[in-house]
Ligand binder design. Structure first.
Ligand code: URA
Length: 242
C-alpha cells in the first residue's frame, strides 16, 4: 500500500496528465475517501478511494484509454520509422504497457482504444469479436448507385477476399458517408470503397462497440474510459457470443 502524491496517483491512473491532475485537484473536483482535497501535494495510500468528478481514479492494475488519434501516428507500440500513438502519452503512462486495441492507418484519425488488459484487447480486435465500428469517410468521387448493396452483401476485395455484410450510409451528395463494420481487415474501409468504385481521401473512426469518440478530445488528446464505457464494450462482445 505505497503512499504517494495525489497528483501522481491520478496521472498514474490514466485519467489525465500530471499538470492536468494538479488543475483538477485545485479546482476541487477530486475526493479522497469522500472528502474534497485541493492540495496536489497531499499524500494518500494508493488503494484509497480517490475520485475525479465521481469516477474512480485510484491506481488500477489495468488501464483503458480512448484517444483521438491524429493523422501521422502509427497505432503500434514501436516503430523506428514514424512516431507511434504512445508518443502522445505522458511518461507515466508510457511505462504502463499500453497497446492499441485495434488499428487505424497512419493517415486515419479518430477513436483509438488503448489498454494494458490483454483480454479486453482481444475482445476488441479478435476477428470473431464482431464488435461494431463506425467510420466517417470522404471520397474523391461520389459513391456510385448500388454501393450500399455492395457493402450490405459483403464486398469482395481486389485480392478476392470476401467481407462480412457491412453498412454504407452516404450523404446526399455521396461524397462522404458513414460506414459500419463488424470486422477489421487491413485497410478494410479503403479497400471496400475501391471495390465500390471510389477512393477514400479522409477517414475518421467515430465509435467502437457503441462507445463514441468524446467530442471534447482534440486530436492527440486522450482520457480514461469510464467504467460504463468499458462495460458496454465487454457486454457487446458477450452478447455477440451468446
Ligand atoms: N479501414 C481503413 O481502411 N483504414 C483504417 O484506418 C481503418 C479502417
Amino acid at each position: 500500500m505505497p503512499v504517494m502524491r495525489l497528483d501522481k496517483l491520478i496521472a498514474g491512473a490514466g485519467l489525465c496528465t500530471r499538470s492536468e491532475a494538479k488543475k483538477v485537484i485545485r479546482a476541487g473536483r477530486v475526493t479522497v475517501e469522500g472528502k474534497a482535497v485541493t492540495d496536489p501535494a497531499a499524500h494518500c495510500d494508493s488503494d484509497s478511494d480517490v475520485r475525479l468528478d465521481g469516477e474512480r481514479a485510484s491506481w488500477q492494475e489495468y488501464l483503458y484509454l480512448m484517444m483521438n488519434k491524429p493523422a501521422g501516428y502509427l497505432s503500434v507500440t514501436e516503430d523506428p520509422r514514424a512516431p507511434t500513438v504512445l508518443a502522445l502519452l505522458p511518461p507515466e503512462l508510457r511505462r504502463r504497457n499500453l497497446s492499441p486495441a485495434g488499428r487505424l492507418d497512419k493517415d486515419s484519425e479518430g477513436l483509438l482504444l488503448l489498454t494494458s488488459d490483454g483480454d479486453f484487447c482481444h475482445r476488441v480486435i479478435s476477428p470473431k469479436s464482431g464488435i461494431e465500428k463506425e467510420y466517417y469517410i470522404e471520397v474523391d468521387r461520389p459513391f456510385p448507385e448500388g454501393a450500399e448493396t455492395l457493402f450490405s452483401a459483403g464486398a469482395v476485395l481486389e485480392d478476392g477476399e470476401a467481407c462480412l455484410p457491412a453498412r454504407l450510409v452516404p450523404a446526399p451528395d455521396r461524397m462522404s458517408a458513414r460506414v459500419f463494420l463488424r470486422e477489421g481487415k487491413y485497410h478494410q474501409v479503403k479497400r471496400m470503397s475501391i471495390a465500390a468504385g471510389t477512393k477514400v481521401k479522409y477517414l475518421k473512426r467515430l465509435s467502437v462497440g457503441g462507445v463514441e469518440l468524446d467530442p471534447g478530445l482534440a486530436p492527440g488528446q486522450f482520457r480514461a474510459l469510464t467504467e460504463e464505457e468499458r462495460r458496454r464494450i465487454c457486454e457487446e462482445s458477450d452478447n455477440l457470443h451468446k
